[in-house]
Design a protein around this ligand. Structure first.
Ligand code: M6R
Length: 619
């Protein structure tokens, strides 16, 4: 949700910033803008739409006007104010000396705005961000912080409420970039005589792998001679250094048409990396476990909280965790969780699942759970993000950077990680013998190979996707663990192909949704194994025959050799036989490919679907 990059060094700031914005565009693409300190002035350009529009504008106005080695940029996901030129960042004060870029929402902006209007300031945009530029300018030009850029920023951020990452440049302080964060991400990149700030390490990974994670309510001042981290009171503060463990190629398309396809193909590796190292000396081990085995033994209820695909990964995991631990598991949309007064206490384990680790709904749910004394275990794909920082234990999914807005490899990795949590609970509580835990783990370990086999058959799914591109709607049906897979398939199609898509528990069909079935309506059915879940299988065969009789075009994902389902499938997609609880790790893949292919055939940008952003840092 908005990408930010700032730079102080010896290279062309414009080039570094634009390159960073290209890698951050997944965070928002409603508009883009840059500011570069050029001698004693500030060169600023902004443009609505994709980054490409800004690049074209820069070519028109002349990139020579942006000569300088200090600068910053922004790619926007609009919150306050429509996605038009004048609402694009950077925003400036009335003298055009101070500029700011922002990710987040300033909740007290109306009060700040009327205060500024009372001082005679005419706002040039509809944004909350612009108020900050004016406030810093006032602080810098008068009063007790006059002439002190850093103190001026500090004074203003202390007045702000809500969520913000802010980066400032000031033409009167040409060698300095100042940044501050609360509830929105910001990392510092440490190069040789050059320093970066960005929403995500992807922005500077081409220049350095050395990074520093800024904590809550911290500020950082970058100059060519170093960086200083303080708290909002101006006291020196600790920030955690880390080395990025992936390289530039992971953040590039590597010859693929779009990131999502690359990420779909990376799923075997994402799964293997997520499992690696989590079974040692005959035991499941988590990553940063600040929970003891006794804490895990004391757990009497599990909540999984998450949004979107991460929520679906929780729905899948519920079947496994309940089966292995005999603990009740509730899976809840993070955005609903804290508004319904859930029953939580210190024996409740809350598993917060988030690829980005910065989803505001999930973060607030985590805070609510901790305030109620529940233990929180984060499952996260982003090292050092806010959700794991605020949790009692962390299990990282090692899916690598996911750039496509639609979650693919992160989703599979989340299922695997949630399963590890289930096995760790079963182990601590003794509901599974050690050899049973080991067997489940080894079955999981065999899944990357099964995923690879499914990937070898996706051309058939692509061809089907092109055939379905003109459909008005698609329904998805499943039972047991196939039900959340159906929900995930529908979500993928909605977000990528802008098509009406719904996932149902197949048994519910007869209670209403069957009325939607009409001639030629594509219905995708996720079949359980005929051997593993014979009863469910035969029920689903009946469901398919019911919808086929009413004219639906049936697309059936079924285990290889499942002959009973063949007569009912207008299109049969075969997947390898795997243990029932693990089937979602492979049955999801054709649905990802189907959605991407339909979206491509309809002419849409698969990596950047309309109205969406990868990280949703507003509630
Ligand atoms: O970063 P998170 O895992 O917390 O994100 C949660 C959802 O916003 C995310 O899974 C979203 O639903 C995906 N775009 C779906 O493909």
């Amino acid at each position: 949700m908005c990408g930010i990059v700032g730079y102080v060094g010896h290279q062309s700031a414009l080039d570094v910033v634009l390159d960073g914005l290209r890698r951050l565009e997944y965070r928002g693409y409603d508009s883009a803008g840059v500011a570069v300190v050029t001698g004693e002035d500030l060169a600023v350009e902004r443009k609505a739409g994709r980054l490409q529009n800004l690049e074209t504008l820069l070519d028109e106005v002349g990139r020579d006007n942006f000569a300088g080695t200090v600068g910053m940029g922004h790619t926007r996901w609009a919150t306050h104010g429509a996605p038009i030129d004048r609402n694009s960042h950077p925003h400036r004060d009335t003298t055009n000396r101070v500029a700011v870029v922002h990710n987040g929402i300033i909740e007290n902006f109306l009060a700040l705005r009327s205060e500024l209007e009372g001082l005679g300031v005419e706002m040039a945009s509809d944004t909350d961000t612009e108020t900050v530029a004016h406030l810093v300018s006032f602080a810098y030009n008068e009063g007790d912080t006059k002439g002190d850029f850093v103190a001026s920023v500090r004074k203003v951020v202390n007045r702000l409420e809500g969520a913000f990452t802010l980066v400032f440049t000031n033409a009167d302080e040409p060698d300095t970039v100042v940044a501050a964060r609360r509830n929105s991400p910001l990392v510092v990149g440490v190069g040789e005589d050059e320093y970066f700030v960005a929403s995500d390490v992807a922005a500077f990974i081409a220049h350095t792998k050395q990074a520093v994670e800024l904590g809550q309510d911290q500020m950082v001042v970058l100059t060519r001679s170093g960086y200083q981290v303080t708290d909002f009171a101006g006291e020196p503060a600790e920030a955690k250094p880390f080395t990025v463990n992936w390289d530039l190629s992971a953040a590039e398309k590597g010859g693929h048409e779009y990131f999502m396809l690359k990420e779909i193909e990376e799923q075997p590796e994402a799964l293997a990396n997520t499992l690696r190292g989590h079974f040692a000396n005959g035991r499941i081990v988590l990553d940063e476990q600040r929970l003891s085995d006794q804490d895990l033994r004391d757990v009497d209820k599990v909540f999984v909280i998450a949004c979107g695909s991460a929520y679906h990964s929780g729905l899948v995991a519920k079947y496994a965790i309940e089966h292995w631990t005999r603990l009740p598991v509730e899976v809840e949309l993070a955005s609903e969780f804290r508004y319904r007064d859930p029953v939580l206490d210190r024996d409740t384990l809350v598993v917060a699942v988030s690829q980005s680790g910065e989803t505001a709904d999930t973060l607030e749910a985590v805070r609510h759970a901790r305030a109620q004394k529940a233990r929180v275990l984060a499952v996260c794909n982003t090292n050092g993000a806010q959700i794991p920082r605020e949790s009692d234990a962390v299990l990282y999914t090692h899916a690598g950077p996911e750039i496509g807005v639609a979650s693919t490899k992160a989703f599979l990795a989340q299922i695997a990680a949630n399963y590890l949590v289930g096995l760790a609970l079963a182990q601590a509580r003794g509901t599974k013998y050690p050899d049973e835990v080991a067997r489940e783990f080894h079955e999981l370990e065999a899944m990357p190979e099964a995923v690879q086999r499914v990937l070898g058959t996706i051309d058939q799914v692509k061809a089907l996707g092109r055939e379905l591109a003109d459909s008005k709607a698609v329904l998805f049906l499943g039972r047991h663990v196939g039900y959340p897979v159906a929900l995930e398939g529908a979500l993928k199609l909605k977000e990528l192909a802008y098509m009406h898509a719904e996932g149902f528990a197949a048994g519910e069909l007869k209670h209403g949704p069957i009325a939607l079935i009409e001639e030629n309506l594509p219905v995708v059915v996720v079949m359980p194994s005929p051997k593993g879940r014979a009863v469910l299988h035969s029920k689903l065969v009946s469901n398919i025959s019911e919808i086929q009789a009413r004219g639906a075009r049936t697309i059936v994902i079924a285990e290889e050799g499942d002959e009973t389902v063949r007569p009912f499938a207008d299109h049969l997609i075969e997947i390898p036989a795997v243990p029932t609880l693990l089937q979602p790790l492979i049955s999801t893949i054709p649905l990802q490919v189907l959605a991407a292919e339909i979206a491509t055939a309809r002419g849409y940008d698969v990596d950047k679907p309309r109205n969406l952003a990868k990280s949703v840092t507003v509630e």
